[in-house]
Structures are given as structure tokens and as C-alpha cells.
Ligand binder design. Sequence first.
Ligand code: RFL
Ligand code: PHB
Length: 390
Amino acid sequence: MRTQVAIIGAGPSGLLLGALLAKAGVDAVILEAKTPDYVLGRIRAGVLEQVCVDLLDEVGVGARMHREGLVHGGFELAFGGSRHRIDMKTLTGGKQVMVYGQTEVTRDLMDDRAAKGLTTIYEAANVSLHDFDGGKPRVRYQKDGATHEIECDFIAGCDGFHGVSRASVPAGAIQTFERVYPFGWLGILADTPPVSHELIYVNHERGFALCSMRSKTRSRHYVQCSLDDKVENWSDDAFWDELRRRLDPEAAETLVTGPSIEKSIAPLRSFVAEPMRFGRLFLAGDAAHIVPPTGAKGLNLAATDVSYLGSAIAEYYRDKSSAGIDTYSQRCLRRIWRAERFSWWFTSLMHKFPETGAFGQKMQAAELDYLVSSTAASTAMAENYVGLPL
Ligand code: RFL
Ligand code: PHB
């Protein structure tokens, strides 16, 4: 088989890149290791920046998001037993975020791809990347017992943190930067009404908590947990009790509990690989970088990476110019490092760190107090949360 761009991974990065390329008239094939149901079953991001919303609109898949998504103009920070609202909309001159699950974004992109007859090969096993440092890259995979090969002009590595693309780059050509946090997030999804109409980020002496949502009837909650915790050891009741303990009295009173429909633990990590281009291979999304979820930046960064990549590849075919391709890595990394900084800062501010002790807690309390009482500090936070400009 021959295509212009072979995309590895049908997560949000790969699917959105596929949609952007299709719109630009560039031919692409997506190779995905798992089944569509498996991809849709991963409960992850919930908050989309305006830039991400605009990209989904640009490729024509925004209708359901605008119908069902929840537009939020603020969020709350809870500490010391009370809540303080960060009015993003006022502080940023009108910017807001969209609460719409990654599952739904993925489903909308998958449906659109299927409706347009664009090729996605699911359950592609043993994907391997070849000759991307020369002029004729190839991708090999196995499916239904046979080995197949795709010839292409470019390979887009959109296969997440554990994918094959970054691992295919020779060690001497790539540099990585990493911080692993000494805790994880235990999350549950439940068909119970959210605690409040906006998100609540909680700093508590027992650890961080987050009250989020997927709709007016479906809540998503997280509590900071230890890295050696196991999901099986957390009954739903134990989760709700722990969450309630970390909430302010009013939120604790409002909390409606119910059976979980998903429960999982995610480790927290900051990670960046540099550069993001190796000849004719480009990394995008979680394949190139990871942020801790506190700032809700992962999916948004993935979307902006592929926006830069989609335009660079379209420009290559349309204008016979490599300018966008040559600056891809540099453009992405500037935005990525700013999101890494914000996510690291927000994570450091909100979680209980075993090693910093009572002094660390006092520093967090002082910073939170400053944050909610200074317009300058709240504005800095709000403009990062809604997303820095492209
Ligand atoms: P994905 O979603 O991991 O998709 C990669 C795809 O590649 C496939 N794959 C392969 N395919 C073929 N061959 C191989 N060898 C392959 N290896 C892997 C995988 O099966 C998969 O389908 O990466 P992508 O597309 O870059 O998307 C990134 C986002 O998923 C991620 O950044 C966000 O979920 C992060 N995130 C959040 N981001 C936000 O912007 N806002 C949020 O509110 C937010 N909350 C979160 C989050 C991530 C979380 N977890 C669990 C890590 C909350 C959580 C709890
Ligand atoms: C979520 O709803 O899953 C969510 C929301 C905000 C975050 C992280 C996760 O910062």
C-alpha cells in the first residue's frame, strides 16, 4: 500500500491529524494497535481549551460538542475548608473552556473518519518504522496473520507515551527530560450529578482531590493516592468516604454518591522528548510529551502539535515548501514547555508531597492565599488554564 502520511495511533492526536490532512487533500492511513472499543473505553481528559474547540470546528466535527459540552467560565480552588472561584472569563477578557470528554472527541473523530471512508487499520500488530531518515519511509505491521507494508512520504508518531515511534529513534538522536511524581490519581466515573456546576480543585492535608464532570448527570472525581495503591483495594464506598473527607463542608454535604462505572489509577509524570522531528518521522501528542493531569493540558497540547504538523505537511504538498516541517519541533516545544511549567506548578501547589512536610504545606497555603487575593496572580493562573495563544 502507498499513502502520503502513515499515522501511528488512533488516539486524539492521530485522529485529529487525519482529519486535518483530509481537509487539506492529503492522503493518510492510520494504524492502531487496539480495537475501536478499547480506544473509546479509556477515560481520560475532560477539559478542552478554546484552541482545541476551534480545531474540532475547523475539521467539521464540533456539532455534538457544542450541543452536549458544558462551557465553563471559571473553576474553584478549595483549601483551608473554603472555596475560592477563579473567574477565568473575566480575568482573561472572555476566554472559557469546554468540558467534553476525550471519549466523545475520539468518537466524533472516528465517526467522521468512517463516514468519509478514510482508512484506519485497527488491531495492527507489531508496527515497525523503517527508513524515516531517508527519502522513502516505510511502515510494516501484521494483521490477520499476514505482514503488510505501507510506503509513505512521512510518518506521524501519534502513538502515545508507550508507543513504538519514539522508541524507534536512535538513542543518540533524542534527549528526554522527566520528573515522576511520588503519587497517582485514583479516578472514578459515576452517573451521579456533579458536586457543583464548575470544577473544584482541592488542596487538603490528606491529599489532592478534584471534582469534575462529563455532563450534568455524570461526575468524574479524583483523589491523590499512593503509587502502590491498587484499584481492587478501593471499594466505591472507600473512594466516596475519602473524597468527602477532603471536601469543604458545603461540598461534602452536596456530594451525591453512587456505583462507579469506571475506576482507575494514573501515575503522574512530566516528560518531554526533544526534538520532535527525525528526518521524515514526526512525534506528536503523548508520544513526545506527558504532563501531570492537574492543568488539563495533555489533550490540548496533542491538538496543537497536530495543528502545527497538519499545516506543515499541507504546506509541503501545496507550496512545495519545507519551512513548516523545518520549524515544527521548535514551534511545538515552545508551547509544550510553557504547558509543562504550568502543569508542574499547579501539581506542586495542590498535592501532598511526602518529602516537603509541614514547611511545604505552609508554603502551599501562603501561595494559595496569595493566588486568590491578588488579581495579578489569579490572572496568570487563568490565562494558563484557558490556554496560551498559538
Ligand atoms: P493516546 O491517547 O495515548 O493515543 C495513542 C494511541 O496509539 C495507540 N498505539 C499504537 N498504535 C499502533 N502501534 C503501536 N505500537 C501503538 N502503541 C500505541 C494506542 O492504542 C492509542 O490509541 O495519545 P494521544 O493521541 O497523543 O492523546 C493524548 C491524550 O490522550 C492525553 O494527553 C490526555 O488524555 C491527557 N489528559 C488530559 N488532557 C487534557 O487536555 N485535559 C484533561 O482534562 C486531561 N485529563 C488526562 C486527563 C490524562 C489522564 N490519564 C489517565 C493519563 C486525566 C487523566 C486521568
Ligand atoms: C477530568 O475531568 O477528567 C479532568 C478535569 C480537569 C483536570 C484533569 C482531569 O485537570
